[in-house]
Design a protein around this ligand. Structure first.
Ligand code: BEZ
Ligand code: FE
Length: 289
């Protein structure tokens, strides 16, 4: 078709999808085309602005490598990651809510036993974390695989350091016991800044947004017959709970990390300085049939 104008071009772009035989791809591309054309019309996008947009997306891609995922960060800071979580994890009341995965998980984490110290020397105040994994019927889920990861007390994830020979700390995997109980030692999470040394950081600054995430510990929990749970446990009273840079806070995930005097940890191990305890139970949703 010739002589397309600022309105008819959308219909023609949609018509070019008519031969697509993948119905879901066709649905997504149709909607994306409509919305992106509407967006350009709505803001009366100039050529210079679109070039700036393309340069921004190019810089986002160029910032990505095996350690840095700037596209996840972009999705997170636009609220798109949390929107997709909300759309895909509507669970019955009583189930532990899901939140963003984030860019700092690694499959290379070591495996631990209940009671082990996952901190492996990470900076931070000591903490003892425990709880039970259950199903919605209240029964314990035995042997669930629990993957945890967190920033250190300086607000940096192990994978962000460039001067530690790739050493991993403040993360690991362990299995709940036959009664669904888990317990391990690590450090108290602190609020931190998402990485701001790339194009997403520049975008946040230009938008006059702060880059902070409230203190949290990441959990990913998997067990046969249950939906995989990706979530965090936050610290109550954190100043950034209401304004998380990636929109990830659910009030049901905010918990009290209780300060204890130096004596012994709940498993009897000696502790010669004050430490924190977190007691948090997880309720898994049954897997979809
Ligand atoms: C995180 O919690 O690790 C995270 C999530 C989204 C963006 C950056 C970091
Ligand atoms: Fe995090």
């Amino acid at each position: 078709m010739l002589n397309l104008d600022q309105n008819t071009i959308t219909q023609e772009a949609l018509r070019r999808l008519e031969g697509c035989t993948d119905p879901r791809f066709k649905e997504i591309m149709t909607s994306l085309t409509k919305h992106i054309h509407d967006f350009a019309r709505e803001v009366k996008l100039t050529e210079a602005e679109w070039m700036q947009g393309l340069e921004f997306l190019t810089a986002v891609g160029q910032k990505c490598d095996d350690k840095r995922q700037e596209f996840i960060l972009l999705s997170d800071t636009l609220g798109l990651s949390m929107l997709v979580v909300a759309l895909n994890h509507q669970k019955p009341a009583g189930c532990t809510e899901a939140t963003v995965f984030g860019p700092f998980h690694t499959d290379a984490a070591s495996t631990f036993k209940n009671g082990d110290d996952l901190a492996l020397g990470a900076a931070g105040e000591p903490a003892f974390i425990s709880g039970t994994v259950r199903g919605l019927d209240g029964k314990p889920v035995p042997n669930a695989l629990i993957d945890v990861w967190q920033a250190d007390g300086d607000g940096i994830y192990d994978v962000q350091y460039t001067d530690k020979d790739g050493a991993l700390f403040a993360r690991g995997r362990l299995n709940a016991d036959k009664d669904g109980k888990y317990w391990f030692k690590s450090i108290l999470p602190e609020f931190y800044s998402i990485p701001v040394d790339g194009p997403v950081g520049k975008m946040m600054k230009h938008a006059a947004r702060h880059p902070y995430r409230p203190a949290h510990l990441h959990f990913m929990i998997q067990a046969p017959g249950y939906e995989k749970l990706v979530t965090h446990v936050f610290r109550k009273d954190d100043q950034y709970l209401e304004s998380d840079a990636v929109f990830g806070v659910r009030s049901s995930l905010i918990s009290d990390w209780v300060k204890k005097d130096a004596t012994a940890m709940p498993d009897g191990s000696k502790m010669d300085k004050p430490f924190y305890t977190l007691d948090f139970d997880f309720v898994l949703n049954a897997a979809k049939a």
